[in-house]
Design a protein around this ligand. Structure first.
Ligand SMILES: [Zn+2]
Length: 408
């Protein structure tokens, strides 16, 4: 060890050193292809516009942070809520979010590029741009029209999380109190088949256990979980995957993208989340009844204004995310684990050291400290997801060629 480095170590306590990853971890993060499959920037843009081409203090993802963190491919989440669905606004809202992503690329063509394939990612390698891919969170925008899948594929959507917090026309959600389909319904089976045919990755994050099983039964290409934790760390929390289901996803050749939010890595916070959706459902039921009697009704925002201060998210640490990654690598093998942060989607409830797109080097340093080699870390950071994405494209082409043969 060089004397200067030794004195630096003596001068700065461990916590300070941990806040600033080594130059080597920073270099590694810049060099490795990092693919984060879940960043909620687009829906936030609709709520309050920001220019993400420059540093934006109140956002977790922007160009400056992504470059500092070495992020290469950011899957922009095209998110619509169950309320958007029941209100009939989901499709229009999804298109507006895609427009927002395209506007960002249009405004900063030297900083961002939209990508729709791993070959696009390879083509842009090293050109300094942050690559924006599209993942749709909640299948609500397709309504009951399978043709909408091709329409959204044409706009660049490359994965779809079949449902969100409520059961929808396709499948039951893990937070849903009512499970009308007992999993994936017949329309959902057609949706999965059409997604496989088009080359859209099927995402089982947010689904009920039965719905995940339904997807695994009918999928003809590798399946992903774009942003999920492991239930082992949050007992009883269905939103996180059981070991059994995580292994079944890996068996399809797919990948489990471990998420960072405190609500997914801390058992108490996860229990609070379950309670939140239970109470919210009761509240919404009461509001619907009040509305039918012509009485004034309160909004979800009113509910949150009471709930949030009474249920502060606990402080969490980067090591809790590493515990999950570590366990996942042991359980599934290094070829079936990745990352899906949920940046800009969890109201800042993130572990210390992993609070924005600038922080991937901390993840690299912590994985190395747990003894993971560089080849494993590269796979987890993005190699695995790119492999799965390519496999889903190949499965689509195979189906396309079989169809052509049949048509002759
Ligand atoms: Zn989500």
């Amino acid at each position: 060890m060089r004397p200067a480095l030794l004195s630096a170590l003596l001068l700065f306590p461990a916590a300070t050193m941990a806040a600033e990853p080594s130059k080597s971890a920073q270099r590694f993060a810049r060099d490795a292809v990092i693919v984060d499959t879940h960043i909620d920037a687009p829906s936030e843009l609709l709520k309050a516009w920001r220019d993400l081409g420059v540093e934006v203090p109140d956002r977790e993802f922007d160009y400056a942070k992504a470059r500092r963190g070495g992020l290469d491919v950011a899957f922009m989440s095209i998110y619509t809520s169950p309320a958007d669905d029941t209100g009939g606004a989901a499709r229009e809202k999804a298109h507006r979010q895609i427009d927002a992503v395209e506007a960002l690329v249009g405004r900063h063509p030297g900083r961002f590029a939209k990508v729709v394939s791993p070959s696009d990612v390879r083509r842009h390698q090293g050109d300094g741009r942050v690559l924006l891919a599209l993942g749709m969170e909640n299948g609500a925008p397709i309504g009951d029209d399978l043709a909408q899948l091709a329409a959204f594929h044409a706009r660049g959507v490359r994965y779809i999380t079949l449902a969100h917090s409520h059961s929808n026309r396709i499948a039951d959600g893990s937070y849903s109190l009512d499970r009308p389909w007992k999993g994936l319904n017949p329309f959902g089976e057609k949706v999965v088949a059409e997604m496989n045919r088009l080359g859209i990755m099927v995402d089982v994050s947010h689904l009920s256990d039965d719905a995940v099983r339904g997807v695994l039964r009918v999928a003809r290409a590798p399946v992903i979980a774009s942003h999920s934790g492991l239930r082992r760390f949050t007992p009883g929390f269905e939103r996180n995957l059981s070991d059994e289901l995580a292994k079944a996803i890996a068996k399809t050749g797919g990948v489990v993208q471990i998420t960072f939010g405190s609500g997914f890595i801390d058992a108490r916070a996860a229990a609070d989340t379950t309670a939140y959706f239970r109470e919210l459902a009761t509240f919404q039921q009461a509001q619907a009844e009040a509305k039918s009697r012509g009485e004034p009704v309160k909004s979800v925002e009113d509910f949150d204004a009471v709930w949030d201060p009474a249920h502060p998210k606990p402080a969490t640490k980067l090591s809790q995310v590493i515990d999950q990654l570590d366990y996942a690598i042991g359980l599934l093998g290094e070829d079936h684990v990745g990352i899906g942060s949920d940046f800009d989607g969890v109201s800042g409830a993130l572990p210390a050291g992993l609070r924005s797109a600038a922080d991937y080097p901390n993840l690299v340093a912590a994985l190395r400290a747990r003894g993971h080699g560089d080849a494993t870390i590269r796979k987890v950071l993005g190699g695995n997801l790119l492999r799965v994405w390519s496999a889903v494209e190949r499965a689509s082409r195979r189906q396309g060629s079989t169809r052509e043969l049949r048509m002759r």
